[in-house]
Design a protein around this ligand. Structure first.
Ligand SMILES: Nc1nc2c(ncn2[C@@H]2O[C@H](COP(=O)(O)OP(=O)(O)OP(=O)(O)O)[C@@H](O)[C@H]2O)c(=O)[nH]1
Ligand SMILES: [Mg+2]
Length: 365
């Protein structure tokens, strides 16, 4: 079983994950992680409890009661005048109005950043309706905006349409949206109870954020700097994430296989814009192995995709290795349907230097 799954099953273990304790200059690269709605707040709580020195965390919810039990550096009850802190009742339009009513407060709360992550579960009211507004504000204030969102389990049927609409709106405002299809988490652990599966989604979101934020901020065996992240994430469009782990002998070959086995979104890499591969391992990891892993993981990507690799030594890993791969500018017929999808998606990749056009997204969906 993947350590990823074990950490989630063994209650509390995730809270003891060690993070680099180095001081860093917070003015160098300002990173903010925003969680909105129940799922987004739970993901942000997880990140905050684990400890994150590379970023500021903000939790936003229309549901004040849930916000009270959320851990974050800053918290905000969204659109209190409209929702009275009682939630958005599953209505994205209510949450959008609540966010629009709070524009000035949100501008101050978010501030200026180089990178802003927006975490949400698509399919409910608050996360679905507010995340595009938050993305717009963060972008207007100068940040590269990366959404990290989940799509509902198929058993949550009525939420799927709402989730697609929300994703479509978020793709218009954010640079890149990393999509975790909850159904695909079951590839990691088919028999998880629902609450644990949702925690697993939180953990994947946490690793996506940490894989990017910590690698930029803290010195590593192989550094990824802000310019590298920009080249992959700016106007990256739809993105998929996959996590692989391996231990013992032959761990290089095994981790490559594991990483490619369970992408968390069913995608086509043709025309992919870029990839960010983050590798964490114990002391014995060599630069040669880093390159071997990177080449192995990226062998299926589009040949024009710009691949950036970062590697960090983590003494907790002993003989193990963990890989987080994020591929941007991908196409996903399984979410968006076949008709017109491919043409529009190729257009998205071809226009990497301009922001996503509204018409293109509509066609894409
Ligand atoms: N990762 C994760 N996903 C969750 C969790 N809870 C629910 N989800 C998923 O996220 C979707 C949205 O749910 P919530 O985040 O609770 O909804 P919300 O944004 O708070 O919306 P309202 O409560 O209607 O305002 C659900 O359909 C689930 O697929 C969680 O704890 N973690
Ligand atoms: Mg809620």
């Amino acid at each position: 079983m993947l350590d990823l799954v074990k950490d989630v099953i063994e209650e509390g273990k995730a809270n003891s994950v060690s993070v680099p304790q180095k001081d860093f200059d917070p003015t160098a690269v300002r990173i903010t992680v925003i969680g909105t709605g129940g799922a987004g707040c739970n993901s942000v709580s997880r990140i905050t409890k684990q400890g994150i020195k590379s970023a500021t965390t903000i939790a936003i919810n229309t549901d004040a009661k849930h916000l009270r039990i959320t851990e974050a550096h800053k918290k905000h009850v969204l659109g209190y005048k409209i929702t009275k802190g009682l939630g958005a009742g599953g209505e994205p339009t209510v949450a959008r109005k609540a966010a629009e009513a709070d524009l000035d407060k949100l501008r101050t709360l978010i501030g200026e950043n180089e990178i802003v992550f927006i975490l949400a579960g698509m399919g409910g009211g608050t996360g679905t309706g507010s995340s595009p507004v938050l993305a717009r504000i963060a972008k207007e204030q100068g940040a590269v905006v990366i959404g990290v969102v989940t799509l509902p389990f198929s058993i949550e049927r009525v939420r799927v349409k709402k989730a697609r609409e929300g994703l479509k709106d978020l793709l218009k405002e954010a640079d890149t949206v990393i999509v975790i299809d909850n159904n695909r988490l079951l590839g990691y652990a088919p028999n998880l109870p629902l609450n644990k599966a949702l925690e697993l989604a939180d953990e994947v979101a946490a690793r996506a954020v940490r894989g990017i934020a910590d690698t930029i901020v803290f010195p590593s065996l192989m550094n990824v700097d802000y310019a590298d992240v920009m080249s992959v994430m700016k106007n990256g469009g739809l993105a998929m994430i996959s996590i692989g782990e391996a231990n013992g002998s032959d761990y290089v070959k095994n981790v490559v296989e594991n990483t490619m086995k369970h992408p968390l979104l069913d995608v086509d890499y043709e025309g992919a814009k870029g990839a960010l591969i983050h590798i964490e391992a114990g002391q014995k990891l060599t630069l040669g192995e880093v390159i071997e892993i990177g080449e192995g993981v990226s062998s299926g990507f589009d040949e024009n995709a710009s691949v950036k690799m970062g590697a960090r030594i983590n003494n907790e890993f002993m003989g193990g290795v963990r890989v987080t791969a994020i591929v941007t500018g991908v196409k996903s017929a399984s979410i968006f349907g076949q008709a017109g999808g491919n043409v529009a998606a190729q257009g998205m990749v071809a226009s990497a230097s301009s922001t996503l056009q509204e018409g293109m997204v509509d066609e894409f969906l």
